[in-house]
Design a protein around this ligand. Structure first.
Ligand SMILES: [Zn+2]
Length: 117
């Protein structure tokens, strides 16, 4: 990481990462790295697209386009699985869709492996 990070509130350089959030010890400001980069990079509007380039929204029904292993288990979400009522999240690791899959439970998916139904 060559990016210089400063607290967007007070400019303090001694910030640290806690979970997915950056925390400033000076003013206790907490922020998300993604929204910080969105300030400087106008191209990132936070819109999430599916594998076909369609815009996804909270509450959409999507279909999984690829067999996906569930981290930390032997379960696999099969290609073609329908997932209702998705919720878009800030996935710093690319898992930007939160959902519940029957038989598996709550998990996060990558938008590149789903398509809008
Ligand atoms: Zn600060």
């Amino acid at each position: 990481m060559s990016d210089q990070h400063n607290c967007p509130q007070c400019g303090c350089e001694h910030i640290y990462q806690d979970g997915g959030l950056w925390v400033c010890p000076e003013c206790a400001h907490e922020w998300n790295e993604l929204s910080t980069s969105a300030d400087t990079d106008a191209g990132d509007t936070g819109v999430i697209h599916d594998a076909n380039g369609n815009v996804l929204a909270d509450g959409d029904t999507i279909t999984v386009t690829k067999d996906l292993k569930v981290k930390g288990s032997s379960l696999v979400v099969k290609s073609g699985t329908k997932v209702k009522n998705i919720k878009l999240v800030d996935g710093s690791d690319g898992h930007n869709i939160a959902c519940k899959i029957s038989g598996i439970g709550a998990m996060n998916l990558k938008s590149e492996f789903v398509k809008k139904s």
